[in-house]
Write a protein that binds this ligand. Structure first.
Ligand code: ADP
Ligand code: MG
Length: 336
């Protein structure tokens, strides 16, 4: 007797969604990416009940046509690529056409644009109603994992989930100084990051939020050739901490977990820092999309960089050669 069955659409959708949407912060990540791709100049994130009760992202971007609204929650539905080859010329954050489909399979999703609102929750056919956001787009996810108690039980307390969303928000805002970002939590505006003229200003707005670090502790380093552009906001050797978490790497505006490029930063500082000390350094690598491949992990945290060795060398030598050498005074910010 045949044992193989094709899974029901809802079951398949929920399994697939597990890879992309594991917690509210993943919803924030995907919705903010969509607003960036829509060329928004202002993005607001509104979180209630740790993003489990509701999480909205509102933007003033290009909006979605009425006829396209019901397509947004279909699997593999995207306006960003149309053929495989487009993957090698990507200049958008999204391309898989999976996010809204996945979110709608684990929560109640409403997408509002051009005066129409489409509501979908996977268990029913979506519904298009008149009314809602006129300019830009507002997307809201409510009641996350309501029908998935096991997934729900893996979530942390609301305050911890909100903190993770806030971290995601900050991580996205870091790379887009030309976008005004606002973060609301349970009705209160918690973070307001106005547009800035330079990337350095945006990075420092963020690094100095908790007021432990000062703008005067940082320098901006840049190097560019026909293949790559590297911009680094680097702490002077007098400022450091005892773990690696102050080092952040962005490749083509995406935050990535790239241990080898973090190491390149440490090599660049070399002897300027005492043993066991790490800097606060944010590195932005911009390369031809043909040289990087983000299509490895659904959350796009991993990247294959074809000229990794060259980028590694460029980062460490830029820091080594251009960072003002000052005699380290042993002050650790995490001890202050
Ligand atoms: P992807 O971003 O990979 O294309 P998504 O599921 O995130 O897939 O979004 C599906 C489509 O919905 C996008 O390709 C885009 O056309 C549209 N869309 C989603 N969010 C927005 C937004 N904030 N503004 C404009 N269009 C959007
Ligand atoms: Mg997307």
């Amino acid at each position: 007797m045949a044992k193989i069955k094709v899974l029901d659409r809802l079951v398949a959708a929920r399994i697939a969604a597990g890879e992309v949407i594991d917690r509210p912060a993943a919803i924030a990540r995907e919705l903010i990416d969509n607003s960036i791709d829509a060329k928004a100049s202002e993005i607001s994130v509104d979180v209630r009940g740790g993003g489990i009760e509701s999480l909205s992202v509102i933007d003033d971007g290009c909006g979605i046509e009425k006829d396209d609204l019901p397509l947004t929650t279909q699997p593999h539905a995207t306006s960003k690529i149309s053929q495989l080859d487009d993957l090698y010329h990507l200049n958008t954050m999204g391309f898989r056409g999976e996010a809204l489909y996945s979110i709608s399979s684990v929560s109640k999703l409403s997408i509002s644009s051009n005066g129409w609102t489409y509501t979908a929750d996977c268990t029913t056919d979506g519904e298009l109603t008149k009314g809602g956001c006129e300019r830009g787009t507002r997307i809201t996810s409510e009641e996350l994992f309501k029908n998935l108690p096991v997934r729900r039980s893996f979530l942390k307390r609301e305050a911890s989930e909100a903190q993770l969303i806030k971290n995601t928000f900050i991580s996205k805002a870091m790379a887009f100084e030309n976008i005004h970002f606002k973060y609301y939590q349970d009705g209160a505006l918690k973070l307001d990051l106005p547009k800035r003229n330079t990337l350095m200003d945006r990075v420092l707005d963020i690094l100095t939020i908790d007021q432990k670090l000062m703008r005067s502790d940082f320098v901006f380093l840049e190097s560019e050739n026909s293949i790559y552009k590297i911009r680094i906001v680097a702490s002077l050797p007098s400022l450091h901490r005892s773990d690696r978490s102050g080092i952040k790497i962005y490749v083509n505006s995406r935050a990535v977990d790239e241990y080898s490029l973090c190491q390149a930063v440490s090599y660049g500082y070399g002897e300027a820092l005492p043993g066991g000390a790490f800097p606060y350094t944010v590195v932005f690598v911009d390369e031809d999309p043909e040289l990087v491949d983000f299509n490895i992990h659904p959350a796009k945290k991993e990247v294959k960089i074809r000229n990794r060795a060259e980028i590694h060398h460029a980062i460490s030598s830029l820091i080594h050669e251009k960072l003002p050498k000052s005699i380290p005074t042993i002050v650790s910010a995490d001890e202050q």
